[in-house]
Design a protein around this ligand. Sequence first.
Ligand code: FES
Ligand SMILES: [Fe+2]
Length: 384
Amino acid sequence: MSDAMKVTPQPVDVSQMRGLSGAAYTDADYFAREQEALFARRWICIGIVDDVPNPGDAKPFRHAGRDLLLLRDAHNNIRVHHNFCRHRGHPILLEPAQGLKRLVCPYHAWAYDLDGTVRRAPHFDGAGQHRVDEGAAALPGLKPVATGLWHRLVFVNLAEQPEPFETFIAPLKERWGAYDFSQLRHGEEVVYEVDCNWKLAIENFIDFYHLPAVHKGLNSYSAMHHHEFIRHDGAYFGQGNGSYAPQDAAAGNLPVFPDLPANLTSRTEALCLFPNLLITIFNDNLRIIIIEPLGVGRCRERVHLFFVGDDALSPDLAEIRKTALNRFQDFNDEDIGIIEALQNAFTGTGFDGGCFSPYFDQNIDHFQSLITAGMADPAHERSA
Ligand code: FES
Ligand SMILES: [Fe+2]
């Protein structure tokens, strides 16, 4: 890591180091504005290519208040459409589906190709007078959503004029250029639903101040004092640890990224891609956590572990892979108690933003400054 990547704490006036007040976590109007200002205008990771593994697989989902449809088309391309029919607006799919050749609206049976083109509009010009082929294709097709892929991760952007995906992802690509991500294989997943505002899940993840108090186990092999701050303004921020040393049965027993430089073999980095993707690299796996806001006081954590190479998925390593997942589950269970208690407190105590540690709370201060700046930008009228 270059020195430029390190964040050196500057002398600060502690009286100025105050965070968001409790209302930012409990107010429904604030939540609705966040959805537009933060989630509807940026590149947001909404899933992984493994959610739709085969051509014709499709999965409806909700994002920033819109119903969308993730699918894999006949040519193996990942696409995202708005999930409503262009005739009268009925949802195209209500449940995940596999092996589809076409998308057929349940209401009047308009049929769309997986690329969104209308192929058949039955009785469009009167009983028995169908629009087909070119005639149908002239009708408005499913509304596409800008989509970007970084290895197995799928991002969408609802802005009218999205920033180019490559611009968004380039700093992370550069930072982690030594890892051969073509080797990633999806291995484990777990989903949590947590009774707290989505920001508390993020803030807790980027905070290593709480390790000694909350995570005695984790702190024994990833100690607070070994962590340092990482920040690339506008791209990512988080923490790194160059002496990560778990001692369980999975340690040293999974295939590692090939040709890793020596300084990365015991290194882990845990980053936030603002606003809601948490992504952690180890020498033998990549873990992502998508924090989905479900409401002002509830969120979903979708956790995926990707291992390195086909051999990592061998049945012989099933227990080892579970052990690697358990590392996360053990400390996440400890975290959930904390963040749910914070949510309760923010609802009832009139919390005023507190008093930040000028050293340890700099990630949270940075995250909240991005929230505040995004919310203050007047250009967040409802987009697509
Ligand atoms: S609403 Fe879809 S065919 Fe009428
Ligand atoms: Fe934690």
